[in-house]
Write a protein that binds this ligand. Sequence first.
Ligand SMILES: *[C@@H]1O[C@H](CO)[C@@H](O)[C@H](O)[C@H]1NC(C)=O
Ligand SMILES: *[C@@H]1O[C@H](CO)[C@@H](O)[C@H](O)[C@H]1NC(C)=O
Ligand SMILES: *[C@@H]1O[C@H](CO)[C@@H](O)[C@H](O)[C@H]1NC(C)=O
Ligand SMILES: *[C@@H]1O[C@H](CO)[C@@H](O)[C@H](O)[C@H]1NC(C)=O
Ligand SMILES: CC(=O)N[C@H]1CO[C@H](CO)[C@@H](O)[C@@H]1O
Length: 496
Amino acid sequence: MRSGADFFVLCLSLSLLSLIPTAHPLGFRPPRLGNGAYLTREERWLDQTLDHFSPIDHRQFKQRYYEFLDYFRVSDGPIFLKICGESSCNGIVNDYTAVLAKKFGAALVSLEHRYYGKSSPFKYLTTENLRFLSSKQALFDLAVFRQHYQDYFNTKFNISSVSSSWFVFGVSYSGALSAWFRLKFPHLTCGSLASSGVVLAVYNFTEFDQQIGVSAGAECKAVLQEITRLVEEQLQSDGRSVKSLFSASMLSNDVDFLYFLADAAVTAFQYGNPDVLCSPLIDAKKNGEDLVEAYAHFVKDYYIDSFGTSVLSYDQHYLKNTTPNETAARLWWFQVCTEVAYFQVAPESDSIRSSKIDIRYHLDLCKNVFGEGIYPSVDMTNLYYGGTRIAGSKIVFSNGSQDPWRHASKQTSSEDLPSYLIKCHNCGHGTDLRGCPQEPLNIEGDATNCTSPEAVKKVRQQIIDHIDLWLSQCQDTGDDDEPGLFLTGKRMVSAL
Ligand SMILES: *[C@@H]1O[C@H](CO)[C@@H](O)[C@H](O)[C@H]1NC(C)=O
Ligand SMILES: *[C@@H]1O[C@H](CO)[C@@H](O)[C@H](O)[C@H]1NC(C)=O
Ligand SMILES: *[C@@H]1O[C@H](CO)[C@@H](O)[C@H](O)[C@H]1NC(C)=O
Ligand SMILES: *[C@@H]1O[C@H](CO)[C@@H](O)[C@H](O)[C@H]1NC(C)=O
Ligand SMILES: CC(=O)N[C@H]1CO[C@H](CO)[C@@H](O)[C@@H]1O
């Protein structure tokens, strides 16, 4: 049922835009397109409830999803749900989950996150219209999808009243959703992998910049700090020139510009390319070259051209646009400004980023972009999910040693909530599923180019063991007396 004049389904108008790479603060960016990047890009659609928490509003919108059945073992295969996060979900990415699906004979399905990509309920992304954008609504979407797909699946394979064994996967924000889905809907999945899952909402996230310092090492860190100081001076004397040197003349707000520069360095560590950043900077320092120019070289070549960042997405004027040509940055900032914060504030001493990137900057941005009264309810979010004290079970957490986001993930381990750290020089965000570097995409998450492929392999084997064990323990909780057709109690994987 549809009603409301402002209510549109964006199917056609966005189809070209979904190919444009996204850049935003947390970002699982869609991988750069290449042969074999996706297992499938064939779109399927689900009628989804707009507001899962209203007893009177029954409006629906079209939500996009994908399925890939080539590896599925019809007799007893599980269903792996790869959760898409804060960007357009253009298909099922061919990362390490493809290897896992092959091993377990699993069907792979993926649901686009509401509002992102083609799954937006509204044409105009006004603050008012964004009120149904939250992790809580998104989890309910996943639950509804889980039921819908099981029904469709049973019809397709001509079986009845059987629930397959499900397992959920996600990286980064979708890693947090993966953990939270198992927490809130334990009857709908046998377990969860939360790869670099940021389950802790953080208001004053100073550890983020500190981790960049640790990941960079003393020498590179010192050069990065010097660059920040030099750029701050040049902004005072001739802001126009320094912004133009970085192809960022459109950023009229100086702190938007400084934030953009900080994010460029972050990305190198987060996505496993530390040497692309640090080697030339250390050389420039040794040779007495202009450090700001050397950094501009990195930002333009790597962050803008190769990584595909839109500089405009750092511009608060652009973020205010309610019909942007690329929606992810505005949408993610809304989630940041209402639910999870992760404000990447400069630590009080020894920071790499400019000290102008403080809490005030973030709060002003939220207010400027979304209006008075917008404020992240970090305490409520952590009250609702438990933060790092999440009281779920059968969730694997994994973190990359160089990834600044790991300080918002669960880093302590217990039997039911194991946590693993993958330690190597270029192990960043989602290394277990993506290999090294984490961008551009490695087909099937190839880890050959991680500085320690063994470290990745070891954690992957632990993940496989957990999936295997938890699938084997999974019981059909349906009311019918029929024993679950797929659920034989035996381990799903024989020869690993
Ligand atoms: C589905 O199963 C029923 C009962 O086992 C059978 O009669 C029917 O022919 C099957 N249909 C298909 C499409 O396989
Ligand atoms: C933010 O955290 C840092 C380091 O933990 C602390 O020194 C600072 O006082 C905090 N700022 C606010 C406003 O809470
Ligand atoms: C988006 O639109 C702006 C103007 O609003 C334009 O400058 C920019 O190049 C466009 N970006 C893309 C990726 O199309
Ligand atoms: C590993 O790095 C080498 C050298 O840069 C490159 O040629 C090769 O394609 C990379 N392998 C993978 C699997 O990415
Ligand atoms: C499970 C695990 O290895 N946790 C480690 C994650 O990283 C922190 C350091 O930030 C270690 O203290 C934990 O032991």
